[in-house]
Design a protein around this ligand. Structure first.
Ligand code: ADP
Length: 454
């Protein structure tokens, strides 16, 4: 604010001094003073009225003309009004540019408040997820995006990985949802149209699946011939060569079947049908296979399982994931090692872990271990008979079950690979089993009844 050039007291003194001077000339000092005081007051009231009228009137009209301290006041108010107007214009401009740019975005952007209600979204959100500006504002996001997979992802609260789902308005459009937290519990949801990328990925997967499938038949033929030749009495250099060929073709067969499994797993992000799995008997079988595999090395095994907890999922896939982890422990642990297999349930969910005191892994390799064909030590992995796809399979199986893998390892000090399943998968398995038991009971009961009727 600029300093006022005139003061009220100053103008009053000038008017009163003039009144006194005229009073002396006319000999009517008291009258002149009284008239001057009344005139001065009326002038102040008039200026005050003009100020009120101006403030109440059109905001962008020029302030009334005045002089003295009223002139100062009008000038200052006018300056502040202009400053305010230019600030408003600037903000309006920013908002309109933000609206224009967000409307031009191809990705849907949605702001969700801390109570999970929709606060704002751009035009692409109408098109891609079907949010309607007129009626959906303030509604809970989970009432509008009802896919159980989205609800599970949204409720999970950790959004490191994006979620891929078909659009709720057009199932031909594939969307990738990504949530970022900001402010105090608010979230920014971005949904990207990845239909083209998904199609390319699908083509790649189909190619791998077809190529692997096509490789199976020639491999079976080669192995068949090799087996026949090896049954014959051949010179030893030839036998050695044939044995090596047989070993390599077996490896190739494993590779082809792992590739096929991986491409099947990649085909969808979620398991389509889930059943309660008897974890106890599954782990008992894997344990027995591992003991057999590690017999030559003389490993010591421990199997610890919490009683009475099963898991909901796809048995073949989980068997493959768990056995991959256990067999890796056998392969990458030198003779007389210790391997501990555990299944336990706590308030966070169900957990399966395999701990060994084998060769371990340097920490720089750990983030990349689940990549296809990533190997810490190429020569050692190949000689161990691995395909380089085991941990990639584990990762995909777990993702399809809403679970995740953790790896703790130190070079030379052994490793612990653990799979963590959401609590719902354990409780749902228990409920499903109770229902099955009830159904069995009902069936038995009705059979009994029929028997007795018969
Ligand atoms: P592979 O078929 O080569 O075993 P995986 O995907 O199963 O492929 O494992 C990737 C790499 O991770 C392996 O090559 C190995 O170097 C390392 N690895 C896996 N499990 C263990 C383990 N228990 N101890 C040490 N290294 C391991």
């Amino acid at each position: 604010m600029t300093k006022p050039r005139h003061s009220i007291l100053g103008s009053l003194l000038i008017v009163m001094s003039a009144a006194v001077a005229i009073g002396f000339i006319t000999g009517q000092v008291a009258w002149c003073l009284a008239i001057a005081a009344i005139a001065w007051s009326l002038y102040q009231i008039r200026q005050f009225d003009r100020l009120i009228q101006w403030l109440q009137g059109e905001n962008d009209s020029e302030p009334p003309e005045s002089f003295g301290h009223w002139g100062d006041l009008f000038d200052e108010l006018s300056r502040q009004q202009k400053r305010q107007r230019s600030r408003e214009d600037y903000l309006r401009n920013i908002i309109s540019r933000f609206q224009q740019s967000s409307a031009a975005l191809h990705d849907a952007v949605v702001i969700i408040d801390r109570d999970n209600n929709l606060e704002w979204w751009n035009r692409a959100a109408d098109r891609l997820i079907g949010l309607r500006a007129a009626s959906d504002r303030g509604k809970p996001v989970m009432n509008l995006l009802r896919d159980p997979r989205f609800i599970r992802y949204f409720k999970k609260g950790s959004y490191a990985e994006p979620l891929q789902l078909p659009s709720p308005v057009n199932s031909d459009i594939q969307l990738q949802y990504l949530i970022t937290e900001f402010g105090e519990g608010d979230r920014l949801l971005v949904a990207r149209d990845i239909t083209r990328l998904t199609k390319l990925e699908q083509t790649r997967q189909d190619f791998v699946a077809n190529a692997s499938h096509e490789l199976r038949t020639p491999l079976t033929v080669i192995r068949g011939y090799l087996e026949t030749y090896l049954e014959q009495d051949l010179p030893s250099p030839l036998t050695r060569g044939l044995q090596q060929m047989q070993q390599q073709s077996r490896r190739m067969e494993n590779l082809v079947s792992d590739l096929l499994l991986l491409s099947r797993l990649e085909a969808s992000q979620q398991i389509s049908d889930e059943h309660p799995i008897q974890i106890h008997s599954m782990l008992q079988h894997i344990y027995e296979d591992a003991v057999e595999l590690g017999r030559e090395k003389g490993h010591q095994f421990q199997l610890e399982m919490d009683d009475g907890y099963d898991l909901l999922g796809q048995e073949i896939e989980l068997h493959s994931a768990f056995s991959n982890l256990v067999f890796n422990a056998v392969r990458y642990t030198p003779a007389d090692g210790e391997i501990r297999i555990r299944w336990w349930v706590d308030k966070e969910g169900g957990h399966f872990s395999v701990q060994d005191n084998g060769i371990g892994i340097d920490s720089i390799h750990i983030p990349r271990l689940t990549e296809r064909f990533y190997r810490v030590d190429e020569s050692r992995s190949s000689s161990s008979g691995g395909t380089g796809l085991g941990l990639a399979i584990v990762k995909h199986v777990l993702a399809r079950h809403g679970a995740h893998l953790t790896i703790k390892s130190k070079s030379g000090q052994g490793s612990t690979f653990a799979c963590h399943f959401p609590h719902e998968m354990v409780t749902a398995a228990r409920l499903a089993r109770l229902e099955d038991d009830d159904d069995d009971f009902d069936d038995d009961f009705s059979d009994d009844q029929q028997d007795s009727v018969a």
